[in-house]
Design a protein around this ligand. Structure first.
Ligand code: SF4
Length: 566
């Protein structure tokens, strides 16, 4: 590899150089960036970075780290590091996230491992094996996330590699579960068993899952990316909070396009930035969904913002371009026209049931039921994981279905056995019945396991639930979303009541305490609405009473039970 000089004395780039070596040359000599096209699987990412530099812009630190050493090439180096029990530098901490490992520095001095579970559905034996992994390498428990996924916590550095390899041994993986990657693929929790659903989302979530895993180029994004498939079943999937939401719709007969079930394409959801995915007017044949998703991702890789982390999300590219230009770019990538259709060619979306994730519900298969299990703040001990696995194996169809509501369903339970299953669930310390307040409680990890957190969300959520559910009888579903920082992993803007953790200054000396800003009136689905801030800086001690007052105020002033907070 050589760098030579042109007649005017400026350094140019070696045409034979590719990948990180070319990226290094461009970093040194951005003016020459346009002269050589990068090659190989990371070419699109490097070309996009080169364009930023050639235009005089600056790359974010994360983009620089990816140029210096692509995280997917760093496994052996990282493995050596942890085998010496060394904790990672900031760039290597970022690289570890490509393998689903998060160093939770200050809080636990350990790693957290986030899995990938397509459509949130796993087999009973996988849950039992994960319980063993949580016991052997982690803290003996797991958390169900708001992307229908599992996280194992408190993993010592020396066990980090053993953990991700053990997860692969049981047919799951953690690759791409963090950092600038396409996150766990969510789908309808009741896919294939729901009497209301228009389509079973499992094959489409699965196809997209494996497309991501087996295509290195799809690890070149400027920032994280979420995709969800909603089959229009009973339990909301929150697809409108994703970068891409595929919503099942029925196209009416007599329309210009073939009637039947399609996916409506919505784009640019990121509720932490106060925006839902917007309808594009495009419908997609279910079998084409993965290809369309790939085209969207490739446009984002080429043109997403790589100089600002806060603007490096799909929403901002769409805002800058408008839908017409963005959809044309997708069509260029696809080499085919997208199908556009007016809303009046579509049947209205069937209504979902905000409490269908808890309790016993009839499946479309005659005589069978799914049973929704409440998990205390999304947590399952390893003993409970094994208990759930056993109940699913012995009394259900063997599937365990995680939901975006941080709980799980056991499916395929014969009607005659539902009471027995409920007793078995109670015997392992879990419940299938809950007040509306507890059923609708969503929290992020908070300060016990996330270095960004301003507050201990889980403890405060428990205090709110324990106080309010014994004092206020809610006769309608209610969602309370509690998030520990502005990253909004628990999506505080879409809750009837939303809380975001902050630190409030106590004195000029810089002492701070935990507090929350409160929002009200958020909603999702057809009534989607961003909550409005109503109170600032409420300290945790006052929270339960403030929420109680809010709930009482709602009950006293609504016109009828169908009037929502929004
Ligand atoms: Fe951590 Fe903030 Fe996400 Fe909560 S919202 S898990 S505190 S990054």
């Amino acid at each position: 590899m050589t760098a030579d000089f042109t007649m005017d004395g400026k350094q140019s780039l070696d045409a034979d150089v590719t990948g990180p070596a070319l990226a290094e040359q461009v970093t040194k000599n951005p003016a020459a960036a346009s002269k050589v096209e990068p090659q190989g699987p990371d070419a699109a990412m490097i070309a996009a970075q080169n364009r930023v530099l050639a235009s005089g812009g600056k790359l974010t630190p994360q983009e620089k780290w990816k140029r210096e050493e692509h995280p997917l090439d760093a496994y052996n180096k990282l493995k050596d590091q942890v085998s010496r029990n060394e904790f990672p530098t900031a760039p290597d901490n970022f690289r570890w996230r490509y393998y689903g490992l998060f160093y939770v520095a200050q809080k636990q001095n350990a790693y957290m491992c986030r899995l990938r579970i397509p459509n949130g559905i796993l087999d009973h034996w996988q849950m039992a094996r994960l319980a063993d992994i949580a016991d052997r390498f982690g803290g003996g428990y797991s958390h169900v996330t708001s992307r229908a996924n599992l996280q194992i916590r408190e993993i010592e550095a020396k066990d980090a590699i053993a953990t991700i390899e053990a997860i692969q041994d049981c047919g799951l993986c953690s690759r791409g579960a963090g950092a600038d990657n396409i996150r766990n693929v969510t789908g309808s929790a009741t896919a294939g068993i729901d009497p209301k659903e228009l389509i079973d989302t499992r094959p489409y979530a699965r196809e997209w899952h494996f497309k991501i895993l087996n295509n290195r180029a799809l690890y070149g994004l400027p920032r994280k990316f979420n995709v969800a498939f909603d089959g229009a079943g009973s339990i909301p999937t929150l697809e409108d909070t994703n970068d891409i939401g595929f919503q099942a719709v029925r196209v009416r007969g007599g329309s210009a396009v073939e009637s039947g079930i399609w996916f409506r394409l919505t784009l640019g959801g990121i509720t932490g930035h106060k925006d839902f995915a917007r309808d594009t007017g495009v419908i997609v044949k279910p079998g084409d969904a993965a290809s369309v998703a790939e085209a969207v991702v490739r446009v984002f890789i080429d043109h997403g913002d790589r100089s600002s982390r806060s603007r490096a999300r799909l929403k901002y590219l769409i805002d800058a371009w408008g839908f017409d230009k963005f959809l044309e770019a997708i069509e260029d990538k696809l080499g085919a026209k997208l199908v556009r259709t007016p809303m009046d060619a579509l049947d209205p979306q069937p209504a979902f049931d905000r409490l269908a994730h808890i309790g016993v519900h009839a499946q479309k298969q005659r005589g069978l039921c799914w049973i929704g299990v409440l998990l205390p703040l999304g947590k399952l001990t390893s003993a409970q994981m094994r208990g759930i696995a056993r109940i699913a194996r012995e009394m259900g169809d063997g599937d365990i279905r995680l939901t975006v509501w941080q709980n799980l369903l056991i499916s395929g339970v014969p009607e005659a056995k539902t009471a027995e299953v409920e007793v078995a669930i109670e015997a392992i310390g879990l419940r299938t019945r809950a007040t509306a307040i507890r059923a609708g409680l969503v929290t992020c990890t908070g300060s016990t396991g996330c270095r960004f957190a301003a507050t201990d969300t889980k403890e405060h959520a428990e205090a709110i639930a324990a106080w309010t559910e014994t004092r206020v009888i809610m006769d309608t579903p209610i969602n309370i979303h509690i998030t520990g920082c502005r990253n909004s992993c628990a999506q505080h803007y879409i809750g009837d009541i939303g809380l975001v953790g902050v630190r409030v200054a106590l004195s000029d000396e810089g002492d701070t305490v935990e507090a929350y800003h409160l929002f009200a009136g958020g909603a999702f689905g057809p009534d989607a609405c961003i909550g409005r801030e109503i109170v600032k800086n409420v300290i945790p001690k006052d929270l339960p009473r403030v929420i109680e007052q809010l709930l009482r105020h709602y009950l006293a002033n609504r016109e009828n039970a169908s009037e929502t907070f929004a």
